[in-house]
Each structure stands twice: as structure tokens, then as C-alpha cells.
Write a protein that binds this ligand. Structure first.
Ligand code: P6P
Length: 337
């Protein structure tokens, strides 16, 4: 157990001491990521003051309109990670291909995938947004890793985390030994350990889903949500509450804090356009699933455990149903019925 109040740097150095052969590279990489998150936090708080809201006038590989802040925060992450010799390559929601480092940069032992500003459309309406990141081992001796090197099962992640830019800026991290939260102290400029060994309540009465897609959902999801909406007059015998922020980072943080179930299931509308889901496996579903499972929750597509999936491409999409174990278990059982 750590002392609440130590800094992220102290925490990761303590963690490093537990691993005899640790080189300190992983510690330094986490520090680089925290520097990027601090810079993004500072930018998100300025908004219109520095003209960073609105559209960038471009589209990402998903064909989605890029916001100015999508492009800016992507650059912040690249700058923070490419110069210190801890990564071998990067992959981002905002870049079609793998980002190989400039020839003269030293390669490190890690690969990082990231969504630099998840929920960025919320920036224009001043609602919480976040950064999501996932860390994998880089292939030995490969100067320029390929997309194939990133397409590893979520169980192979070395670490995963997010940074939520809300009323407070909170960095949440797991290295496979539980989930720890750090709150940015703007006076000192340090992330301070504020919660450790985070555990999600196994039960919940709060669901998060975009109800406007209801007519497109598959039967198991229709059944589950109808039962929640029926409340105490229905088979569940209790009333439910609903939330939808349209920032996965904010939804996951709420679930880590008080329980809940988050659902972006497969639907017939996305299937008609050839999509396998809404959220991306490598830099949204996998890191969030590692965090959720490390906090005692569950994360599935409806049909399988997300962390067991072998990705077929860099920007693969998947359905996501995650959160309080007993509630996700119930939805999973409806899909199996
Ligand atoms: P919708 C943000 O664009 C995102 O990827 C997730 O953060 C969020 O949960 C979801 O999409 C919101 O989707 O259809 O409600 O806009």
C-alpha cells in the first residue's frame, strides 16, 4: 500500500524498485506520458482563449471530422514520446498508419497506442474529455515496427491508462497490479496519488448507452435495457438511472468511482455500413478493459472477452459492454441465451 499524497514519479519509482531487472525505461516512459497529459490538460482549459475549438477541416482514418484539438493533442503526444528513446513506434486514432520515429531518434522497448483526445466533440461544449493510452512491448531489434506488431491481444498490454480532463485532471493507471488514481495539483505541477486499489462495486443500478440507437440494437441489448427502463414495476424489481456523457473516459471514470455499466453494442446501422462496432479496439476498448478488469469489473463485446481478441487491424472497431461484474455478466448471459 502506498501513502496517499505521494507523487506519480515517486509511485512509479517505487513500482520500479519491485522489479529487480527494471532498467528504468518503463518508469521514464510513464513520466513522458504524464508530461503529455499535463500539457493537454493546460490546453483544454484555455479553449476559445487560444482559438483551439472547432473543426480542423480534415477527417481521420475513420472518416470522422477531426477537431483542431484532435490534431494538436496528437502532436503533443508525439513530441512527448518520440525524443527520449523509450518507444519504438506509436499508433493513434488520429493517424492512418503506424508512426515510425525519425531516423535519428533512439528506439526504445515499448509501443504506445493512444486516443489523444477521446470525446473531442465535447470540447466545443465544454464537457469533460480525456486521453487514453495503452503500452505494449516492442518487437526485439525492429527499427520500424509495423501495424502487425501493434495487433496484440489486450492481455499482452504492459500497462494502460487514461487522463480525464474534468473539473479535476485525473490520471488513472494500471500496470497489472490494480488501479491507481492521481490528481493533478496545478500549484506544484505534480500528479498526486489520491486513490489506490480501486474496486468497482459488483452491482449497479446505473446504465450508460446512447438511447438514440435503440431501434438498431440486437435482441439481448433490447431486452436488457427494456428491463432497466421498466424499473421496479418490471422483472428487475428496482429502478435504474441513466447517464450518457459521450466521452468514454468520463463514463469509465464514473464506473470506477461508483459502479455502472457502459454499453456501445453492435447494431444493425453500423453493420449496414460494414463496421464491427463504434469504439476502437487498440486504443479505446483494450486499455479501458484492462483497467476495468484490474478493478474487479468485466468487459466483453457481448459474445467474448475483449482482452482475449486478436486484433486484425490497427483501427479495428469492437462492440463494448463493460463495468460492474454482475451486471455485465447478466448482459453476457442474455447474448448466450
Ligand atoms: P456517440 C467519443 O467520440 C467516443 O469514441 C466515446 O468516447 C464515446 O463513448 C462515444 O464515442 C460516443 O458516441 O454515438 O454518443 O457520439
Amino acid at each position: 500500500m502506498y501513502k496517499i499524497g505521494i507523487t506519480l514519479t515517486q509511485y512509479i519509482i517505487e513500482e520500479q524498485r519491485k522489479t529487480a531487472q527494471a532498467s528504468g525505461e518503463f518508469t521514464a516512459l510513464l513520466n513522458d506520458i504524464s508530461v503529455a497529459c499535463k500539457k493537454i490538460s493546460s490546453l483544454t482549459r484555455k479553449g476559445d482563449l487560444i482559438g483551439i475549438l472547432g473543426s480542423a477541416g480534415s477527417a481521420n482514418v475513420q472518416g470522422e471530422e477531426q477537431k483542431k484539438m484532435d490534431v494538436i493533442t496528437n502532436e503533443v503526444f508525439i513530441e512527448a514520446l518520440q525524443n527520449n528513446g523509450h518507444v519504438a513506434a506509436l499508433a493513434s486514432e488520429e493517424m492512418d498508419e503506424v508512426y515510425n520515429l525519425p531516423e535519428d531518434r533512439v528506439r526504445g522497448n515499448y509501443l504506445v497506442t493512444f486516443d489523444p483526445l477521446d470525446g473531442s466533440s465535447n470540447m466545443d461544449v465544454n464537457v469533460s474529455v480525456g486521453t487514453i493510452f495503452s503500452i505494449l512491448h516492442a518487437p526485439e531489434g525492429i527499427l520500424n515496427p509495423t501495424a502487425e506488431d501493434f495487433c496484440k491481444e489486450g492481455t499482452q498490454q504492459v500497462a494502460a491508462g487514461y487522463c480525464l480532463y474534468g473539473p479535476a485532471t485525473i490520471l488513472v493507471l494500471t500496470t497489472g497490479h490494480g488501479v491507481t488514481m492521481f490528481t493533478l495539483d496545478r500549484d506544484s505541477g505534480s500528479f498526486i496519488l489520491t486513490r489506490e486499489n480501486v474496486q468497482i462495486p459488483a452491482d449497479t443500478r446505473e446504465f450508460a448507452i446512447n438511447m438514440s440507437n435503440q431501434r438498431f440494437w440486437e435482441a439481448p441489448v433490447q431486452r436488457y435495457i427494456a428491463e432497466c427502463v421498466a424499473g421496479k414495476e418490471g422483472v428487475r424489481g428496482v429502478d435504474f438511472n441513466m447517464r450518457w456523457v459521450a466521452s468514454m473516459v468520463a463514463e469509465v471514470h464514473r464506473i470506477l468511482t461508483r459502479g455502472g455499466i457502459f454499453m456501445y453494442p453492435l447494431d444493425s446501422k453500423m453493420q449496414k455500413s460494414g463496421k464491427e462496432g463504434k469504439l476502437r479496439l487498440l486504443y479505446e476498448a483494450n486499455p479501458m478493459s484492462m483497467i476495468i478488469e484490474q478493478a474487479g469489473g468485466m468487459s466483453v463485446t457481448g459474445y467474448e472477452r475483449i482482452l482475449d481478441m486478436k486484433p486484425h487491424s490497427l483501427h479495428q472497431r469492437v462492440p463494448v459492454i463493460l463495468g460492474s461484474k454482475n451486471e455485465v455478466e447478466r448482459v453476457y448471459s442474455y447474448h448466450k441465451a
